[in-house]
Design a protein around this ligand. Structure first.
Ligand code: ZN
Ligand code: MN
Length: 503
């Protein structure tokens, strides 16, 4: 008799992503209608984008340039001869009965996106990037037995970015979409706001036993309208499929599922048409698009400052760690401000010594000092003071104040007080320090008096330190800080305590 021992299946998730990005061109993809998304229903429409007979589409040069530029930013190869195709299907929000898209000659293909994931760089492959037009919107008023259609969105330019199935966890997928959002903003091609539908994400999910290389039937998950939704929907779908595998009923056909935000579940939707159902054929009203080497070179110029470049600069020039670099990369205004503040700070370093010694000092300490500056900015400047409104205090003043903090003229809590006072009064940090009486106490006479008192009151601790329990010294430093109401310079206190203990 044979005994069979059933091993628990070790499964891995295979995730591929399709991301649609709405480009913020002035006009739509094939007509001159306004492309803003805040207009009254059906007010930004014309015979072309409503699909009237006899009209002709005229491709938007800006949209094509931006699609090629984005493809370059994602390391794609460029099809120098590209074309548009008709994708035929019927839906009430698609007045022409077909969508102009790209079938076999997308603008970009075979790209990569490298991302730091948990301190390790991972590479995700991009399958293709193409350009197409969006459909209108259907509105279903609650309780009504009819639907409404708004064609403002019909014909607006959409970029579709299709990845290879390279993601293994929901966190990786989320990080990739977040990075795409950041890249769109850095390139200035889209606001990429998920809540407003500028950036939409669908995911293909399947599982397979670890170690296998074949792919199993996948489900396509739609309607994920936020980063949180991406993570939760994928986690749900992976667990759902894991249950099926463990019951011995792994999916045998593909399916389409929608993420339901209120139930936090994916639900079965209509089955997806196959590619052949769309009866793709070349768009007869638009000639092939030729993109010259020179034009590609010009567009490549626009991809010179990507989030990954800024991250690298922050690491190499300033010695920032990944967390601080990433914090600044996500806030380009604050990132620029950080560099201005550092320049100012270095100016004070130079005026305190010779340019040569200041340069050596900076090289030796830049990582520690830049980290403190970045930490201060990221932790103490509230989000309401960032973004489009600009920062409330000039970088020169913050640079001076952080120099004062570095030099021990003020301590950290005082820096926050001075910052808040600078916002209110528009005065400089030095004047405010004096006005508010926030000078750090560095007077060695007063400090050593406090040290003597603390030592006299803590004889046991002093004895402990002298017998080698050096950690107890911090207790004495803390007591002196307390005795001076927090205004003493911790470095001076440290030195004074040390000196007193040696006597
Ligand atoms: Zn139009
Ligand atoms: Mn599409």
């Amino acid at each position: 008799m044979h005994l069979s021992v059933r091993k628990k299946l070790e499964l891995e998730a295979i995730i591929g992503l399709e991301v649609h990005v709405q480009l913020k061109t002035k006009s739509k993809m094939f007509c001159c209608c306004n492309n803003r998304d805040d207009q009254p229903p059906n007010s930004a429409i014309c015979p072309i984008c409503t699909g009237q007979p006899g009209t002709l589409p005229l491709p938007n040069q800006q949209a094509i340039d931006w699609a090629v530029m984005t493809a370059l930013a994602l390391g794609c190869q460029i099809n120098q001869e590209s074309k548009f195709d008709r994708k035929n299907y019927f839906y009430p929000d698609l007045p022409k009965g077909y969508q102009i898209s790209q079938y076999d000659k997308p603008f970009g293909f075979s790209g990569t996106l490298r991302l730091p994931i948990d301190g390790q760089e991972k590479t995700f492959r991009i399958h293709r990037l193409h350009l197409e037009e969006d459909a209108g919107k259907l509105i279903h008023p609650t309780g009504a037995d009819y639907s409404l259609v708004d064609l403002n969105r019909a014909g607006t330019p959409l970029m579709e970015i299709v990845s290879e199935p390279d993601f293994r966890t929901p966190a990786e997928a989320k990080a990739y979409v977040q990075e795409l959002q950041l890249i769109m903003r850095y390139l200035g091609v889209s606001d990429a706001d998920m809540e407003k539908g500028h950036l939409r994400c669908d995911a293909n999910v399947s599982l397979r036993p670890k170690g296998e290389s074949q792919l199993y039937p996948k489900s396509e998950v739609k309607n994920m309208n936020s980063f949180k939704a991406i993570e939760r929907a994928l986690a749900f779908e992976i667990e759902r499929q894991r249950g099926l595998w463990e019951d011995g009923s792994a999916p045998t056909t593909g399916s389409t599922r929608g993420w339901n935000e209120s139930t936090q579940k994916t639900e079965d939707q209509r089955t997806k048409e196959k590619a052949a159902d769309y009866r793709y054929f070349p768009e007869p009203d638009i000639p092939p698009i030729i993109i010259s080497d020179e034009h590609v070179a010009t567009l490549r110029e626009g991809t010179k400052a990507l989030p990954s470049d800024v991250r690298r600069r922050l690491r190499e020039m300033y010695g920032l760690d990944e967390k601080n670099a990433d914090g600044l990369v996500h806030d380009p205004g604050l990132e620029k401000y950080f560099e201005e503040v550092v320049t100012e700070f270095r100016g004070y370093m130079e005026s305190a010594g010779s340019p040569d010694s200041a340069r050596r000092d900076w090289e030796a300490t830049k990582s520690r000092r830049s980290q403190s500056i970045a930490n201060w900015l990221l932790n103490r400047i509230s989000t309401e003071h960032r973004g489009e409104h600009g920062l409330p205090v000039p970088a020169t003043d913050i640079g001076r104040m952080l120099w004062m903090l570095d030099q021990g003229e003020i301590n950290a809590p005082a820096s926050t007080q001075i910052y808040e006072a600078m916002i209110k009064t528009k005065k400089g940090p030095h004047a405010l320090m004096q006005e508010l009486g926030l000078e750090q106490m560095s007077d060695t006479g007063a400090i050593s008096q406090a040290v003597q008192e603390v030592m006299a009151n803590n004889k046991k601790v002093v004895a402990d330190v002298k017998t080698g329990k050096t950690a107890a010294m911090q207790f004495l430093v803390g007591q002196v800080m307390k005795a001076t109401k927090g205004k003493a310079n911790p470095t001076v206190v440290q030195a004074a305590v040390k000196k007193a203990l040696e006597q």
